[in-house]
Write a protein that binds this ligand. Structure first.
Ligand SMILES: [Zn+2]
Length: 42
């Protein structure tokens, strides 16, 4: 059961920054598509 849950979480789409391609380690707002580093340009 635990293995199946892990597999499920692994298969979730990883959210990545559209600027640098770095994956987010924290949950961002759904409308945010760039990491903190890239969003500083605004
Ligand atoms: Zn970025």
């Amino acid at each position: 059961m635990l293995i199946k849950m892990t597999e499920f979480l692994k298969n979730l789409p990883i959210k990545k920054c559209t600027q640098c391609g770095k994956k987010f380690e924290e949950q961002h707002e759904s409308y945010v598509h760039t990491c903190n580093n890239c969003s500083r340009i605004y």
